[in-house]
Design a protein around this ligand. Structure first.
Ligand SMILES: C[S@@+](CC[C@H](N)C(=O)[O-])C[C@H]1O[C@@H](n2cnc3c(N)ncnc32)[C@H](O)[C@@H]1O
Length: 375
């Protein structure tokens, strides 16, 4: 039953997995573990990882566990054989498709779309074609959809795409050839928007949003509480590195002067557009792996917030370690790269003041965390 053979659970710690797809689907690994055991296991895993890396947090802030049924973003694999459209996630550690017709992680609104998706896709996915469908909920229950694996409309008629959008209740549908290609919008009834603090951003197709609204709120609270450790006012400059569409920048702008840095041009420019006219906001598009902010640039800031992708922010951490920025707030969806980067910061003289786990990836071994450092 268990997907993580290296971790043994006793019969008393286990339960019947609630999802009928658990055996086959590779998305969840820990549904067979009782809720309290699962939660303790996750916290313990993080503690062990930090200890293995000689990282000692002065304070552990209570973890937040996002409830089942709260995920607002999903990417499903879809395969069209002769007659049927088969939809699912990959099997565990495999590229083979595990068909599903429901997913307990998703919000009710997203679940409703997923339930009609295979039928709605029959005219969109051609025979023998494998595609990926990303669905994401923006403000006011508006849904965005990006289909990867379709470059042109081909023989599809605009009417068919419109009918697909209508059946699923999607505000916008975009296609892109592969994960590196630009998304081309095929139909847009409305532009999906996302409000973060005082900013309302018109989202580019497939923009990054935190996977759940509850998780996002917990992360924003954790970042804002971390920033309170230094006496900072509206004139003090804070930099938001890997800012995406401004999940943190929008709230930070209510209290501070904010500079946002993001590598993805469409997301950065949407954020810049949304913040037009705010005198305390600036932004730049920059690859923070190839060109991290250097100590000379970091001198301007009272605090740094950084939220890199899973690969972490090694190059930027090396620069931060050499800086005198008094306060750093690190957000991470990968504890291993977080630990690596935290070690770099600690070796540069930073102290790990607080750590908080925010479990946005329910029933999986993944987790999100926020660490606050001071020098
Ligand atoms: C985990 S997301 C966080 C986004 C944002 N902080 C949020 O919470 O919505 C990581 C962000 O880093 C950006 N990114 C990835 N690689 C990057 C790079 N080399 N340089 C700058 N930004 C990068 C991604 O485009 C993405 O927006």
């Amino acid at each position: 039953m268990t997907r993580l053979p290296e971790f043994e659970f006793s019969p008393a710690q286990m339960q019947m997995p609630p999802c009928p797809h658990f055996e086959d689907c590779g998305s969840c690994q820990l549904q067979h573990v009782k809720a309290d055991v699962y939660q303790d296991w996750k916290v313990q895993r993080l503690k062990e990882l930090l200890a293995e890396n000689n990282l000692v947090a002065e304070e552990w802030i209570d973890p937040v566990f996002v409830p089942v049924g709260s995920r607002r973003r999903v990417t499903l694999n879809v395969l069209r054989d002769d007659g049927n459209v088969i939809m699912g996630y990959n099997k565990y550690h495999s590229h083979e498709l595990a068909p599903i017709n429901q997913c307990l992680l998703l919000t009710p609104q997203l679940s409703r779309i997923v339930s009609v998706l295979p039928e709605a896709l029959t005219k969109i996915a051609h025979k023998g074609q494998a595609i990926e469908v990303m669905l994401q909920e923006a403000d006011d229950g508006i849904f965005d959809c990006v289909i990867t694996g379709l470059d042109e409309t081909g023989s599809r008629q605009t009417g068919e795409i419109a009918s697909f959008a209508e059946k699923c209740g999607l505000a916008r549908v975009s296609f892109r050839k592969d994960t590196f290609a630009e998304s081309i919008t095929q139909i847009a009834v409305q532009t999906p928007r996302k409000t973060s603090g005082i900013l309302c951003v018109a989202l580019p197709a497939g923009a990054f949003l935190q996977p759940s609204a509850v998780g996002e709120t917990a992360l924003v609270n954790a970042v804002m509480n971390g920033l309170k450790r230094q006496k900072t006012g509206k004139k003090d400059k804070i930099v938001d590195l890997f800012s995406g569409c401004g999940t943190f920048a929008g709230s930070m702008l209510e209290k501070y002067t904010v500079h946002a840095v993001e590598g993805d041009w469409p997301m950065a420019s949407s954020l810049i557009e949304a913040a037009k006219g705010h005198s305390r906001f600036s932004a730049e598009v920059r690859d923070l792996i190839k060109e991290p902010l250097v100590t000379r640039e970091l001198r301007d800031f009272k605090a740094v917030v950084f939220d890199p992708p899973r690969a972490g922010a090694k190059e930027q951490s090396q620069m931060l370690a050499k800086s005198d920025v008094p306060l750093l707030v690190g957000v991470s969806c990968n504890p291993s790269t977080f630990a690596r980067d935290a070690k770099i910061l600690v070796s540069g003289g930073y102290k790990l003041r607080t750590i908080q786990m925010i479990d946005q990836f329910i029933w999986s071994s993944h987790m999100e965390l926020v660490g606050v450092f001071e020098k």
